[in-house]
Design a protein around this ligand. Structure first.
Ligand SMILES: Cc1ncc(COP(=O)(O)O)c(C=O)c1O
Length: 439
């Protein structure tokens, strides 16, 4: 089929790769590392997946499907914004583990992964040409999720230049929001959404409750929708781990935005969540929006059929999430594994003197390799990324696409390989660094 046989939207999509690193990724997964069969093979540290805890979940999920009868609600149609049985289960799971406050299942909308939820929510809250402000650096695919269907524009709000400026957490202030608003309005556009991710992709920072509260008040007053994405809300790092403890000057527990939503009861505050990262099951495609906005939920019910989740998947997860004892143990063990792997990356970076942002959660370390760029430009960043991949077989994600202005920043995903593989990857990066510094 030629591209001219498509709509203009289709032709644009045919020419726009989803991610900048897909080409290199396809190459890398064709030559995977194996300690004995392929010791020089590639190690991909670029896809935001947690593969450390699947072993635990696999046995549990197999038991659910083999030991239980499929209930009668599964084969038929149900509410397009999520089967009531599933929404009940998810609400109690969230209130027990993530939010620390009651979640009303009637205020949830469930779609096929966070991607679908982001698309649906933007479609419902903003018009084409409206602007969503996102503090930089941030998840590259927000651009497509808010833009492809809804035509909402992404505004990357740069709040800092060097990594040390966000060592203690996100730098976003009300002054930054005012500055963005002035610029957007001067361009004749509407600042319609503010999207915050906590813990953050890629920096691993978390927002303090007081800061979120200020942001929420600012947004409510100006009728800007504030959406907080807590997709990494249970992927927290133990900041008291001996290898990393000195990076943190204070304890800062994660506090869910749901608590502020309960206090403020506003149509302009919303929360996103998905099981993709915290449970390491991105392939199940389950995400959700939580909102007090009745009109949003009505619209969601009417529009979400194209994005809804298979009832069979909802049933399996309903069984899983309601096993409170299993989920508590799973989450504890998962956070321990995440911390161990995170500490491996940090111990190498400390030894090498490579700047990074101390993370409090998420699956990432955001590192500064700008000293190895031949010049300060996008091309030089991509050249360095390719050079690192060719020399070491380790694939990272380059900073281009995250919306930040500083070049030479890279994202390392640490739980998408085993801890043994991670040590191999970091050892190769270490050799690369010494070779480049010596040369
Ligand atoms: C911040 C953020 N939101 C959404 C997504 C997409 O998640 P899902 O696989 O549930 O669509 C990702 C995936 O990396 C992410 O990092």
């Amino acid at each position: 089929m030629t591209k001219t046989s498509l709509s203009s939207r289709g032709a644009r999509a045919a020419n726009t790769p989803l991610r900048i690193d897909y080409g290199a990724y396809s190459e890398a997964i064709g030559n995977p590392y194996h300690p004995t069969d392929n010791p020089t093979g590639a190690l991909t540290l670029n896809v935001a997946e947690n593969r450390l805890s699947w072993f635990d979940l696999k046995a549990k999920i197999e038991a659910i499907t083999s030991e239980n009868e499929v209930p009668t609600w599964v084969p038929g149609y149900t509410s397009s914004r999520g089967a009531p049985e599933f929404r009940e289960a998810v609400a109690s799971f969230l209130s027990e583990h993530l939010t620390g406050c009651p979640i009303d299942p009637e205020h949830l909308g469930v779609s096929a992964g966070a991607t679908s939820v982001i698309e649906m929510t933007s479609f419902i809250l903003a018009d084409a040409g409206d602007v969503a402000v996102i503090p930089a650096p941030s998840y590259p695919v927000y651009r497509q999720d808010i833009g492809n269907l809804s035509g909402v524009e992404r505004y990357d709000l740069v709040t800092h230049h060097e990594l040390w400026e966000i060592a203690a957490g996100p730098a976003l202030t009300l002054a930054h929001l005012e500055q963005a608003r002035a610029e957007i309005e001067a361009a004749g556009k509407r600042f319609r959404m503010l999207i915050l991710t906590t813990p953050d992709n890629p920096t691993g920072g978390i927002y303090r409750e007081e800061r979120l509260s200020e942001m929420a008040e600012w947004c409510i007053e100006r009728e800007v929708h504030l959406v907080v994405n807590e997709i990494y809300g249970l992927s927290l790092i133990d900041t008291e781990h001996p290898v990393i403890g000195s990076d943190y000057s204070e304890e800062l527990p994660f506090s869910s935005f749901a608590k502020l939503m309960a206090k403020k009861q506003s149509d302009f505050l919303h929360l996103w969540y998905a099981v993709s990262k915290d449970l390491g099951i991105s392939g199940f495609r389950v995400g959700l929006v939580y909102s007090q906005n009745a009109a949003l939920l009505e619209a969601y019910e009417n529009l979400n059929l194209t994005h809804s989740v298979s009832n069979h998947t909802q049933w399996v997860l309903e069984r899983l999430l309601t096993d409170a004892e299993f989920m508590t143990l799973y989450l504890e063990r998962n956070q321990k594994c995440l911390t161990e792997s995170y500490a491996v990356v940090v111990s190498y970076l400390k030894r090498l003197g490579i700047p990074y942002v101390p993370s409090r959660g998420s699956l990432f370390v955001w590192v500064d390799l700008s000293e190895f760029m031949s010049r300060d430009s996008k091309d030089a960043e991509l050249e360095l990324w390719q050079e690192l991949f060719r020399a070491t077989g380790v694939l990272l994600t380059p900073g281009i696409g995250f919306g930040h202005t500083k070049r030479g920043l890279f994202r390392v995903v640490y739980p998408c390989v085993s801890i043994e593989e991670l040590k191999v990857a970091m050892g190769r990066i270490e050799n690369f660094v010494w070779r480049r510094r010596d040369g």
